[in-house]
Design a binder for this molecule. Structure first.
Ligand code: ADP
Ligand code: ADP
Length: 218
């Protein structure tokens, strides 16, 4: 569960968030939709403690990110700017993060399998395709088996097969009872994936409704 109360984030010239309050529930995929500049990435960064709100607060499972004892076990994230890079192999990259977070090494093989990278595990990250790097980013988010997952524009740049795969993964993760919060600037991208949709505009939540209220079902 993610709970935001009166989130305000001001930059020097811009108010990125202007009093956003919302709850993201476990067990369903929640879409986070709004045009570019609406405040989606800022919200994700505040949830992850990468930035501090000017006012208000946001908690994950009742605690702010900074209070979490083992963050990677509580919330996993794929942020847009987060393109994984480096000279290590995909497997070594994950082992390095697992070690830092005291996650058992055996989990590395598991997440590589979950994202379909088992056969590419020994390849350098620089030799992976964009889609494969995206999968590696997701493997990183899943490493700590967290109950809360944030995905910022996860369908961006994927081919049709990648999009189908991602949709199934998001729904499976929610079906396991996790909180799955997925942003997109294109509602149509999420209409087959999300059950609940939060719409953000100019830093405010303008709708928080079941997807069936926003799109007709064929
Ligand atoms: P979205 O993810 O919905 O596209 P963002 O959260 O990235 O929106 O941005 C919201 C607003 O805040 C935009 O006007 C953006 O230019 C501004 N903004 C975001 N990050 C910064 C920053 N570090 N410094 C100044 N302005 C920022
Ligand atoms: P540190 O506390 O070591 O400085 P940061 O909080 O700056 O680490 O995060 C380092 C990187 O890890 C950033 O790229 C950030 O986006 C990413 N990150 C932070 N928290 C998570 C998370 N829960 N899941 C996945 N990536 C995360």
């Amino acid at each position: 569960m993610i709970e935001a109360t009166g989130l305000v984030k001001r930059y020097r010239r811009t108010t990125a968030l202007d009093g956003a309050s919302f709850t993201v529930r476990p067990g369903v995929v929640t879409g986070f939709v709004g045009p570019n500049g609406a405040g989606k990435s800022t919200t994700m960064r505040l949830i992850l403690g990468l930035d501090r709100p000017s006012e208000g607060s946001v908690t994950v499972g009742g605690k702010s990110y900074r209070e979490l004892a083992a963050p990677l076990r509580e919330v996993g994230a794929l942020l847009e700017a987060d393109a994984v890079s480096g000279r290590r192999s995909a497997r070594d990259h994950l082992r390095w993060i697992a070690k830092g977070a005291r996650i058992p090494d055996s989990r590395v093989g598991e997440v590589l399998g979950m994202v379909g990278l088992a056969d590419a595990a020994g390849r350098r990250i620089t030799a992976l395709s964009t889609g494969m790097r995206q999968r590696l980013g997701i493997a990183t988010a899943l490493l700590g088996d967290p109950p809360v997952l944030l995905f910022d524009e996860p369908l961006h740049g994927l081919d049709p097969e990648g999009i189908r795969w991602m949709r199934t993964l998001l729904q499976d993760l929610a079906g396991e009872g996790r909180t799955v919060f997925v942003s997109s600037h294109v509602l149509a991208e999420l209409e087959e994936t999300a059950e609940q949709v939060l719409v953000i505009g100019d830093g405010r939540i303008v709708a928080d409704v079941p997807v069936t209220r926003l799109v007709a079902h064929r």
